[in-house]
Write a protein that binds this ligand. Structure first.
Ligand SMILES: Nc1ncnc2c1ncn2[C@@H]1O[C@H](COP(=O)(O)OP(=O)(O)OP(=O)(O)O)[C@@H](O)[C@H]1O
Ligand SMILES: [Mg+2]
Length: 268
């Protein structure tokens, strides 16, 4: 990743508590423009809490959260249209067609109806739903609904895309196809993206960088993956094992078999 590109996300020494429970403990992480980062970790590790901080739906108790230079829990206006989110459930509006669902984000940003229509058409075609724009969510399969949701998230041309396990509720074949398409779109468009997944394969297939979080959320393993490594099956298998061990709580996971680009972060 080009170190001269600006940070889109900066978390500095961030802590977040829910009552007496510490969900995030002095977490620091950055994401540069155009980078795709996967967040992994056991259930309860704090992945969704990190996403809430990035979306601005929760605020940190300590530390600094910056998204595109703004505090997402305060500077709503600065971040309008810069940040797009897709969730586990597709959250489509049932009374709007696929086309109208994709248009909505653009209309909310005061784009003209004609532009919204055009861009929604473009994006539906890009997620291979060019002929389904007139259908309502109830007439679409789960995979198709996820594609609409993805099109809606990307059509506004956000600076940052956040995805929290968007593909996990789909059958294996559908989710695999969707993941491939998603990876392709993210790479082709050079979108900055942070996605949460429980699937190590997804992370290795899509991300430039993988962060494994351990509860309370801190980075216990950080791996960078480049195109060369991605086609090296032995290297991928090593990284897979390493991530698996880190998720399982093995503190030595970062010291695995000589993968040159990895670093292990220990924060206090
Ligand atoms: N609103 C809340 N109120 C109280 N505790 C919360 C709240 N949100 C999260 N937590 C707690 O914070 C911790 C981190 O939760 P979080 O949802 O971020 O985990 P996660 O890594 O996303 O887990 P999963 O993989 O199951 O989605 C958990 O112990 C959870 O119980
Ligand atoms: Mg979660």
């Amino acid at each position: 990743m080009n170190a001269s590109l600006p940070f889109i996300i900066e978390l500095r020494d961030v802590s977040k508590r829910f009552g007496s429970h510490t969900a995030i403990d002095h977490l620091s992480m950055e994401v540069r423009e155009g980078e795709t980062v996967a967040l992994l970790g056991q259930t309860g590790a704090g992945k969704s809490t990190v996403m809430s901080l990035l979306m601005g739906t929760a605020s940190a108790d300590e530390g600094t959260v910056l998204v595109a230079g703004a505090d997402p829990s305060r500077d709503f206006v600065a971040l309008r249209g810069k940040l797009s989110v897709s969730f586990q459930t597709d959250r489509l509006l049932p009374w709007r067609t696929a086309q109208e669902n994709v248009e909505l984000g653009l209309l909310l940003l005061n784009r003209s109806k004609a532009e919204a229509r055009e861009r929604a058409r473009e994006w539906l075609a890009r997620v291979k739903l060019g002929d389904a724009g007139h259908k309502y969510p109830s007439e679409l399969s789960g995979g198709m609904r996820q594609r609409v949701s993805l099109a809606r998230a990307l059509a506004v041309d956000p600076a940052l895309v956040l995805l929290d396990e968007s593909f996990s509720q789909l059958d294996h074949v559908t989710s695999q196809t969707l993941r491939r398409d998603f990876a392709e779109i993210v790479r082709e468009q050079r979108k900055t993206c942070v996605f949460v997944t429980h699937r190590i394969e997804d992370a290795l297939e899509i991300a430039d960088r993988v962060l494994v979080l351990a509860a309370p959320a801190r980075v216990c393993l950080e791996l960078s993956i480049d195109a060369e490594q991605r086609i090296d099956a032995a290297c991928m298998a090593r990284m897979h094992r390493q991530i698996e061990r880190a998720i399982g709580g093995d503190a030595s996971a970062g010291e695995d078999d000589g993968i040159s680009t990895n670093t292990t972060k220990t924060q206090h």
